[in-house]
Design a protein around this ligand. Structure first.
Ligand SMILES: Cc1cc2nc3c(=O)[nH]c(=O)nc-3n(C[C@H](O)[C@H](O)[C@H](O)COP(=O)(O)OP(=O)(O)OC[C@H]3O[C@@H](n4cnc5c(N)ncnc54)[C@H](O)[C@@H]3O)c2cc1C
Length: 525
């Protein structure tokens, strides 16, 4: 075909402004995008240029699908909560979610464990979600680690959908928030993409709850990723559910083989009456499987967690390192590796573990489990010392409690997770089971300030959830789903109050936000 691509394509670094109505609002331009991509730890500009020609997308006018006070992009734990909280604070709200369900990693990622705050101190929308799940017979409270709850993923999907309807949130599923609409450095809404085409949503305030700070990065707000020393992130995981487990047989094996499944409260819970399983074990099985060439060397343990209904369990065991959650190429690579690991694990479980001989693969998570990716560099970057010292802030919008040891890494980017030495006849006996099924790590009280949700350089954008402004280690204290619901709630209320007052997000009257949050059941100490 006589088609000369080079003659047709021109390298450009600026996308023309798009005229909407009488105002000239710009999609964030290419310069901003490459700055933020660099801030997110991706290629330097020179490498980007060397790799890619660019093509101009002709300017087009798009229909304005909605005009709202608050637009929320992303319907995971933080986005759902931001939308409900903003609506209850009196704002008109639209929520855009790329999946066909709400709940983010808790549903599309199959991660049915709400851990990361202390059950005795649950508050606000976290408490409400617990109660709604209980009504649906979709939750089990357990005394492990940080006292979380296991939930039925399908019950969660239903519960959060109901909350949208009850609160009049204008919900669009199957829709991607593609780019922010900018007027100078002020975010004015977002361009969205779906089966209905490309459209615009205009908003007074925007909450970026994409988990990857997609809109913040594209708006030119400074972002970073991973561990400060080398920018490496925690591994991804592709979760899957198996069925046809012979649970009584598995329980017998677990009880009789402390060498393989160390009995402790964090990693040794198989409570068939309460219908929950949480086992981080089978390390000796993995060693055997490695020797026989049956298992990826990156996998050192097998991790079950979730509800055991209908003889099923969820496996949180695959591990993919050195991949970025905000790059489609890396997500694709992680998916391919994840499927290979999953196949191996199915075979290893069938071959080596009594009770799992006849397991079947029931489902694979529709979303890759991304533990850590891009996060904003906010007005303040939360530090691990702020947890250990319980730092108070003048703009605290929530006080929360959680068990754990500040500074402990979870899921190290270096690999080796769950690794244990092979036990031989000369090995000392495994430790005895703890006297109570509860791990006694310290209970920490910590305060979340408004400034950690506010990106630098860009106005009227709030970023809750796992992309909020915190160091790599401090992020451990915010990435749990209850924490994401809490930061979503404070972002939603702050956005609604700012929209009502006609204020810029950064200068909102904090006392009014605090009062509204208290009315919504949030503790501020
Ligand atoms: C493997 C794994 C295990 C975990 N285990 C636990 C655990 O045991 N307990 C616990 O409490 N937490 C756990 N977490 C952490 C927790 O699940 C996440 O940190 C939390 O879900 C983050 O919430 P979020 O709302 O910030 O983002 P997400 O849950 O990632 O939700 C983001 C949502 O935005 C949507 N989205 C993204 N981009 C766009 C876009 N451009 N336009 C529209 N929609 C978009 C996504 O589809 C998704 O629904 C785990 C995480 C992983 C990956």
């Amino acid at each position: 075909m006589a088609f000369h691509r080079r003659g047709f394509i021109k390298a450009v670094y600026a996308v023309p402004a798009v005229a909407l109505g009488t105002k000239k609002l710009a999609a964030s331009n290419g310069t901003q995008q490459s700055q933020s991509a660099r801030a997110g730890g991706t290629q330097p500009a020179s490498e980007e240029r060397a790799r890619g020609e660019r093509i101009i997308e002709p300017a087009r006018a798009f229909p304005v699908a909605e005009k709202v006070d608050v637009l929320v992009a992303g319907g995971g734990p933080s986005g759902v909560s931001a939308a409900v909280a903003a609506a209850r604070a009196g704002a008109s709200v639209a929520l855009i979610e790329r999946n066909g369900c709400l709940g983010g990693n808790g549903t599309a990622g199959l991660m049915g464990y709400f851990g990361g705050t202390d059950n005795d101190h649950v508050q606000g929308l976290v408490k409400e979600i617990h109660e709604r799940l209980r009504t649906e017979n979709g939750m089990r409270r357990v005394q492990v680690e940080n006292n979380g709850i296991f939930f039925d993923v399908e019950a969660m999907k239903y519960v959060v959908l109901q909350m949208m309807e009850e609160n009049g949130v204008k919900l669009r599923l199957y829709t991607l928030a593609a780019r922010p609409i900018m007027e100078g450095h002020v975010v004015k809404g977002a361009f969205i993409e779906s089966k209905s085409g490309r459209q615009a949503i205009l908003a007074k305030m925007v909450v970026d709850a994409t988990g990857d700070a997609d809109l913040a990065a594209a708006s030119g707000a400074p972002c970073e990723k991973g561990r400060e020393s080398d920018r490496k992130t925690r591994p991804m995981a592709l979760l899957f559910r198996i069925g046809n487990i012979d649970y009584p047989k598995l329980a017998k094996y677990v009880a009789e083989n402390p060498d393989d499944v160390a009995p402790n409260a964090r990693s040794g819970m198989l409570d068939l009456k309460n219908q929950v399983i949480r086992i981080f074990g089978f390390q000796q099985t993995c060693i055997k499987a490695h020797k026989n060439g049956d298992l990826d060397p990156d996998l050192h343990y097998i991790r079950f967690e979730g509800m055991t209904r209908a003889s099923t369990a969820i496996l949180n065991t695959t591990r993919m390192y050195d991949v970025d959650g905000f790059k489609a190429e890396d997500l694709t690579k992680a998916t391919v590796i994840g499927y290979k690991q999953m196949r191996q694990l199915l075979n290893v479980m069938r071959k080596y573990i009594p009770g799992l001989e006849n397991i079947e693969l029931i489902e694979v998570a529709q979303n890759m489990g991304v533990r850590e990716s891009r996060r904003i560099v906010g007005e303040y970057v939360y530090q691990i010392e702020d947890v250990s010292r319980s730092t108070r802030f003048p703009d605290t919008l929530c006080t929360t409690y959680r068990q754990g040891t500040p500074g402990d890494e979870q899921h190290s980017p270096d690999g080796g997770e769950g690794k244990r030495r092979e036990r031989g006849p000369e090995s000392p006996p495994p430790p005895p089971p703890p006297p109570t099924p509860r791990i006694r790590t310290p209970l920490n009280r910590y305060h979340i300030p408004h400034r950690c949700l506010l990106p630098q350089k860009v106005e009227n954008l709030l970023v809750p959830g796992r992309a909020m402004s915190a160091s790599h280690l401090a992020g451990v204290w915010f990435r749990g789903m209850p924490n994401c619901v809490m930061t979503g709630q404070i972002a939603g209320v702050s956005a609604a109050v700012a929209a009502r007052l006609g204020a810029v997000a950064r200068k909102v009257d904090i006392a009014q936000v605090q009062n509204t949050l208290r009315k919504q059941g949030i503790r501020i100490e």
